[in-house]
Design a protein around this ligand. Structure first.
Ligand code: NDP
Ligand code: GDR
Length: 373
């Protein structure tokens, strides 16, 4: 029997990799996409299947986590074996600007899905994956963080995700639903949203190297994260739903780096050597050497990064480091791609795009470059 999966957030970074992964496994994959005034399917266009043919195994439904009747109707129609709840307002800094919306979508949206499964009597059929987050640890109580480490969320996003975490546990305990939380640490890829820090850096530096942007403006570059690759992490999301009993798992690499280091790696991939000088908001990164041909627009002495306090957060999560031992021992999961390999892949992709834009510009076809804030 072909298994059916429903993915919320299918148009996002993880949703796109997970849809690819499940299609390769032979699943029929249903995804929920939001209505937008312009196309928002660029991450999944390459796996689009013409719905007019009988054999299409990838199907999209319009929907929103804020809309109970819509979610219930889609669940009734699809009757999925597995639901992956990846949809969210996922930007921590934005959650301080839009806290109520973030709570509605990230917290109550999860409840809406769980309650729809129960209302439709799908508790025995449908397995549920909740995209939980290392942001739950926030002001960390223990290092490295594991499944038993107490939570101390530090943003409206993290507080909303804390509700989603516990309501998932609650539906498991109260109704016997196969429901579990993946507590995922930061994971990135060339498909990462342009305003998250890694992508902002790889895209920004590639653009600067090609003369398309003047300078990168950053927030707290001393922040420490445990960065993995989204491809490794979606594999684990699926593995979690294939066990005999549902459990929660930390997914991380167990290695930590700073935002500053990520800037240095990215610059090095472009053949740029940097020196950091100044303190606090006056800190800058200056080019000290250029190797190769990836950065024709730069000269030694150019400043490519400055600090802009606009990117500081009202409450910061300074340090995160995960302990993936349980995932390794119980599921045999180990990450295959290192943070530096991932950084190289991101730079390669962003440089390709920047080179295309630079070539167009050189020939008089100037395209506006969106600045990733
Ligand atoms: P993205 O921001 O790339 O994708 C989020 C997805 O949710 C997009 O498809 C977006 O749609 C959709 N979405 C947003 N609001 C709604 C809504 N109201 N109704 C329905 N769908 C909505 O996130 P990632 O792929 O990086 O992350 C996936 C999940 O994992 C998220 O829940 C995130 O919070 C969580 N997470 C992510 C981590 C990471 O490091 N990437 C780590 C830990 C947890 P659209 O494309 O239209 O904007
Ligand atoms: P995070 O990711 O908040 O950890 O949430 P993000 O990449 O946004 O920030 C990581 C760290 O970098 C610092 N930082 C900046 N961040 C951004 N976005 N822009 C900047 O200019 C900048 N300068 C410094 C931040 O302050 C922070 O410390 C991500 C999201 O994917 C969540 O959905 C997910 O739950 C967590 O990872 C795990």
């Amino acid at each position: 029997m072909t298994k059916r999966a429903l993915i919320t957030g299918v148009t996002g970074q993880d949703g796109s990799y997970l849809a690819e992964f499940l299609l390769e496994k032979g699943y029929e994959v249903h995804g929920i996409k939001r209505r937008a005034s312009s196309f928002n399917t660029s991450r999944i266009d390459h796996i689009y299947q013409d719905p007019h043919t009988d054999r299409a195994r990838f199907k999209l439904h319009y929907g929103d986590l804020a809309d109970t009747s819509n979610l219930t109707r889609i669940l009734r129609e699809v009757e999925p074996d597995e639901v992956y709840n990846l949809g969210a307002q996922s930007h921590v800094a934005v959650s301080f600007e839009a806290p109520e919306y973030t709570a509605d979508v990230d917290a109550i949206g999860t409840l809406r899905l769980l309650e729809a499964i129960r209302f439709l009597g799908l508790e025995q059929k449908t397995r549920f994956y909740q995209a939980s987050t290392s942001e739950l640890y926030g002001l960390v109580q223990e290092t490295p963080q594991r499944e038993t480490t107490p939570f101390h969320p530090r943003s409206p996003y993290a507080v909303a995700k804390m509700y989603a975490y516990w309501i998932t546990v609650n539906y498991r305990e109260a109704y016997g639903l196969y429901a579990c939380n993946g507590i995922l640490f930061n994971h990135e890829s060339p498909r990462r949203g342009e305003t998250f820090v890694t992508r902002k850096i790889t895209r920004g530096l590639a653009n600067i190297a090609q003369g398309l942007e003047p300078c990168l403006y950053m927030g707290n570059i001393d922040s420490l994260r445990d960065w993995g690759h989204a491809k490794d992490y979606v594999r684990m999301q699926w593995m979690m739903l294939q066990q005999d009993t549902p459990e929660d798992f930390v997914i991380a690499t167990g290695k930590q780096s700073s935002v500053r280091e990520f800037i240095i790696w990215s610059a090095a991939e472009l053949g740029i050597e940097l020196e950091f000088s100044g303190k606090g908001v006056d800190e800058v990164a200056t080019v000290t050497a250029i190797n190769g041909d990836a950065a024709p627009a730069l000269r030694v002495g150019d400043i490519v990064m400055r600090i802009d306090p606009r990117y500081f957060r009202p409450a910061e999560v300074d340090t995160l480091l995960g302990d993936p031992t349980k995932a390794k021992e119980k599921l045999g999961w180990v990450p295959e791609i290192t943070a530096q390999e991932m950084c190289a892949e991101m730079i390669e992709e962003d440089l390709k795009t920047a080179r295309r834009h630079a070539l167009l510009k050189e020939h008089g076809y100037d395209l506006p470059v969106c600045i990733g804030e």
